[in-house]
Design a protein. Structure first.
Length: 264
């Protein structure tokens, strides 16, 4: 059952604020996670609960993931917490972060990362788990884990696929960060907003997605995820099935009729 969106209502369970407007654009904001939006266990758990609630809503057409303020999207995992980890608790901590990233990758609607300021370590892994990444003019990106005595893991494995093995090797072995223009050139982000234009760029992209057929967009995201793991002939077979399923919903007919009417 669809629950109506309430554009004026914001819910804040500790570290996650959720808002859904009347177009089905959801915004999930990290809150009360220090000035740079660091990922501690309580922050990760609150974000996962918020995502589970949004996933259950069929009125959500697109999700914007963002940090509070302009200093950082997420500046990494909580070093104070990590400094006290041992082997077992280290595996548990990184597994929680992996689950958060998987929640974003598997979210049924498209996810846009609004990337202001620093995007480092676990924060970059969260960004890589989103479908679309839009960076602000002053944003910077890096995987500095080796400088803290640990390797970059879990969704850092997406880097060679997204930006190539050579560039991924540089980021992961040196721990250096890159500026927004380099991130765009490398394909780390897909769009770079001008100074003061990040919100407009994110909002425009979100509204464009929200205006599309929601069933088709969700189908396309499922196919994109499936294509990452299957041989090309199987990907094509799945596409044929999905194409037929789309027409069974009636959504293509509505959009095609509207297109023909506009053309006339």
């Amino acid at each position: 059952m669809t629950r109506p969106a309430d554009p004026g209502h914001a819910r804040e369970p500790g570290h996650a604020r959720v808002r859904v407007d009347d177009q089905g654009i959801a915004t999930l904001t990290i809150t009360n996670a220090r000035s740079l939006n660091v990922l501690s266990t309580p922050v990760i758990e609150d974000l996962r609960r918020a995502l589970a609630g949004l996933r259950a809503r069929d009125d959500v057409r697109v999700l914007i993931m963002r940090g509070s303020g302009e200093k950082a999207f997420i500046a990494g995992a909580d070093i104070d917490e990590m400094a006290g980890l041992d082997g077992a608790s280290g595996r548990a901590f990184i597994s929680r972060l992996r689950a958060l990233c998987d929640d974003l990758r598997d979210f049924p609607a498209p996810v846009i990362a609004r990337l202001a300021g620093w995007c480092l370590g676990g924060g970059l892994e969260v960004a890589l788990s989103c479908d679309l990444r839009i960076g602000g003019a002053g944003s910077r990106y890096g995987m500095p884990e080796v400088r803290l005595g640990i390797p970059s893991v879990i969704h850092a494995a997406l880097l060679p696929r997204l930006i190539g093995a050579s560039r991924a090797t540089w980021l992961l072995l040196t721990g250096e960060d890159v500026d927004a223009a380099t991130a765009l050139d490398w394909g780390l982000i897909q769009k770079l907003a001008g100074p003061g234009e990040l919100d407009a760029a994110v909002d425009g992209t979100a509204r464009g997605l929200a205006a599309l057929g929601p069933l088709a967009v969700r189908q396309q995201k499922r196919l994109l995820r499936s294509w990452e793991d299957v041989p090309l002939p199987q990907a094509m077979d799945e596409s044929v099935t999905a194409f037929g399923e789309a027409f069974a919903t009636g959504e293509p007919q509505r959009f095609m009729r509207a297109f023909r009417d506009r053309r006339r």
